[in-house]
Unconditional design. Structure first.
Length: 325
């Protein structure tokens, strides 16, 4: 096998003080094993990204870095930017200093032992390795049904997403450099990465229960994330509106002909119920269509502003320590 390359792990953190030390402990064990086996370079690092946490997350990250600067680095975002922006902040920070990068959440639900297989797949020539859940046994019935339905719906809408894949993936340096060319503000990395292309593969794993703390994705955020994914990567809703408009136009013409014929033959009494139902039906369809159009207008509004997707307040790295000495 070729000489081992540098693996950087980007771990977004938002109020993860309960689990962060355990995550760091397990990652240290895994990195030690990977380095000893010659799979990764001793210069490989773990980069924790603090996404504006309100607890002791950043203090713990600084403590980890102070104790082991050769393994743990930290990025502190100036404010809470959201999970996807936190992941992107880490990726764009390490893209020029790593050979490959793995993104993983801090809650230890993603199987750390899968990292070995991901790295091996990378050496086989894969530029992207997707971590895919083999089952959803740890999810509630509601979460399982809605999550699987989301992936299927995204496929129907024409978005190229990997089924049952979240943000546990390996990407090569080349892929990260291409990802930097995507300037959109509304991030949906699960849809963006497949668009980049290059040789890819999947590795399957069983997702564990959260080691500690609470989920940072309540139902409200999940729905917002789903809407963001659909409206960012599919124009089918707009096409459906056009089709619906054509159908309604055809129905209106037929209704007009029917009304004209009934008037000619002398039957001019119209029911109040049918009138009111028609008004409400058309009004509802108009509001629904305007709502979907509004989603797209809102995204255009955000894109043209060209606001920064993240602002790094501080970057902890081993190089800084050497310079201080």
């Amino acid at each position: 096998m070729q000489s081992p390359e540098k693996l950087y792990m980007v771990v977004p953190c938002y109020n993860e003080q309960e689990v962060l030390r355990e995550t760091a402990k397990q990652l240290k064990i895994k990195y030690t094993a990977l380095i000893s086996s010659g799979l990764i370079s001793p210069e490989s690092r773990v980069v924790f990204v603090n996404d504006g946490s309100s607890d002791q997350t950043w203090s713990i990250i600084k403590e980890l870095h102070d104790n082991e600067p050769s393994l743990f680095s930290g990025i502190d975002l100036a404010h809470n930017s959201g999970h996807q922006n936190a992941v992107l902040a880490g990726l764009m920070t390490v893209k020029d200093i790593c050979d490959m990068c793995i993104t993983m959440d801090a809650d230890l639900q993603d199987d750390i032992n899968t990292i070995d297989e991901m790295v091996k797949k990378y050496y086989e020539g894969n530029q992207v390795v997707y971590g895919v859940r083999s089952a959803r046994n740890t999810d509630t019935f509601f979460k399982k049904t809605t999550a699987e339905g989301f992936y299927k719906f995204m496929k129907v809408m024409g978005a190229d997403v990997v089924y049952n894949h979240a943000d546990f993936r390996l990407m090569s340096k080349r892929v990260l450099q291409e990802l930097a060319n995507f300037k959109e503000v509304n991030l949906f990395l699960r849809g963006m990465v497949p668009l980049i292309g290059f040789q890819s593969c999947k590795v399957y794993y069983e997702r564990h229960e959260r080691a500690a703390g609470e989920s940072k994705y309540p139902l409200k955020k999940m729905l917002s994330f789903a809407i963001n994914g659909i409206t960012s990567f599919s124009t089918k809703p707009l096409k459906l509106i056009t089709a619906l408009g054509l159908i309604m136009s055809a129905v209106s013409i037929i209704a007009f002909i029917w009304a004209f014929i009934t008037k000619i033959v002398g039957f001019t009494e119209h029911g109040w119920s049918s009138t009111m139902c028609s008004i409400w039906l058309i009004g509802g369809l108009q509001l629904f269509c305007l709502g979907i159009i509004g989603e797209y207008i809102g995204k255009i509004y955000a894109e043209v502003k060209q606001r920064p997707r993240y602002i790094i307040a501080e970057f902890l790295n081993e190089t800084d320590k050497k310079e201080e000495k």
